[in-house]
Design a protein around this ligand. Structure first.
Ligand SMILES: [Zn+2]
Length: 143
């Protein structure tokens, strides 16, 4: 089994806000991230795919193909967008790094399986919200 990774970048605005709570409680829990008029991040997303290299190409998956999937399925929908307002698949979700990475998984996992004819499988997503804060997800069941 060989693992390959593609790193991509996007910039987006959001706020962390639980509508079930008062403004005071949101500010207490989320601090500056609850700022009503949004704030932005430069996100880095690392997509890791696993598989056996194809004997004809030597590739687990063509990096160009992987990049195209990430661009079409994720970047076009989130880059330079307001994650709370502009992105249908994040509607009614708290746009935390954790929830983003799980939402991205649900979109990318089946797409990579189909495009690769099940030769390759999504293995891990790593999403940096800042250079020192990131969330990872490998498709484990969430309660
Ligand atoms: Zn933030």
């Amino acid at each position: 089994m060989v693992y390959i990774s593609k790193q991509v970048h996007f910039s987006a605005a959001h706020k962390l806000y639980n509508p079930a709570w008062s403004r005071e409680k949101n500010e207490e829990v989320f601090g500056a991230c609850a700022n009503e008029n949004w704030h932005g991040h430069n996100f880095e997303l690392i997509v890791t795919v696993k598989g056996e290299p194809d004997p004809d190409t030597g590739f687990v998956m063509n990096f160009k193909e992987l990049k195209r999937i990430i661009e079409d399925c994720i970047l076009e929908k989130v880059d330079h967008k307001n994650l709370n307002v502009d992105v249908p698949f994040l509607k009614d979700r708290i746009t935390s790094c954790e929830n983003l990475v799980v939402s991205f998984w649900k979109i990318l996992q089946p797409e990579i399986a189909v495009v690769s004819n099940n030769r390759a499988a999504l293995h891990k997503l790593k999403l940096f919200e800042t250079p020192t804060s990131y969330a990872e997800y490998s498709g484990e069941k969430l309660s």
